[in-house]
Design a protein around this ligand. Structure first.
Ligand code: GLN
Length: 248
């Protein structure tokens, strides 16, 4: 497929400010998993002051420290309409950690300053006095299939879900959304938020393919993805799950 006609257009929101946990690794996974199947990815990077394109099939917002997150929150709140419209039309949106918080209604930072969210996910976040840090294992059900997802979390935010979304998964290990209710992340249709980074997708190829399948469907392609070997990815997944089991 020519670069002029990519299979999926991805909008990477604020790659310079919201990239503290190698979020570009998640974009690399999307690209390679498409290319291994003869498909292609075009990435539009959107920074402070740039308009958000409305015609992307997948939008990605990564994690950031409170200082950067504040800059981004104010910029994003002013120009989120095209993102909200695209999500309403069925585009996929993935927010990780600070990005997850900004997809919600608002985030109250450690210093007590409120940051606006865009209300794409029905969640609310307030920073706690301690950070929730460590390896995470959760059980996720998407497209009727249940799988284990692994990752790492490091956040002050405590996130609580409203009735407009459901948890991404049930925790086996880790703190998750708030350290209390044993839930992690949030899902509403094709909008997904999670605290897992490190990055998330290299060791969770199943989740990467679910998101790619949704984005391909939105782009008008078949969402059936040819299985890949994934030996290395499965090993990375197993190592992370074992490490999480040992630490707690
Ligand atoms: N600043 C947010 C928090 O501490 C998000 C951190 C992150 O993205 N890792 O909760």
């Amino acid at each position: 497929m020519s670069a002029a006609n990519p299979s999926i257009k991805l909008c990477h929101l604020y790659p310079d400010h919201m990239n503290i946990y190698a979020d570009r690794g998640n974009i690399a996974v999307f690209r390679r998993r498409l290319e291994w199947r003869g498909l292609s990815l075009e990435v539009a990077e959107v920074g402070l002051g740039d308009p958000i394109p409305a015609d992307c099939h997948l939008y990605y917002l990564g994690g950031g420290q409170d200082r950067d997150q504040m800059l981004v929150a104010e910029d994003l709140a002013q120009k989120a309409d095209s993102l909200l419209d695209a999500a309403g039309d069925g585009a996929v949106v993935l927010g990780v950690c600070g990005g997850y918080q900004l997809l919600g209604h608002s985030y109250m930072a450690v210093d007590g300053r409120p940051m606006p969210g865009i209300g794409l996910l029905d969640v609310e976040t307030t920073a706690g006095a301690s950070r929730l840090i460590g390896d995470v294992v959760l059980e996720v059900t998407l497209n009727g299939l249940t799988r284990t997802v692994v990752g790492y979390e490091n956040h002050a935010g405590r996130t609580h879900l409203g009735g407009g979304c459901t948890p991404l998964g049930r925790l086996r290990r880790g703190h998750g959304n708030n350290g209390d209710d044993r839930c992690e992340g949030a899902v509403a249709g094709r909008r997904v938020g999670t605290y897992l980074h490190g990055p998330l997708l290299p060791k969770n190829p199943w989740l990467a393919d679910i998101l790619l399948g949704w984005a391909l469907d939105h782009a008008g392609h078949t969402s059936e993805l040819k299985p890949l070997e994934d030996d290395l990815e499965k090993s990375a997944h197993a190592v992370a799950a074992t490490r999480a089991g040992k630490r707690r």
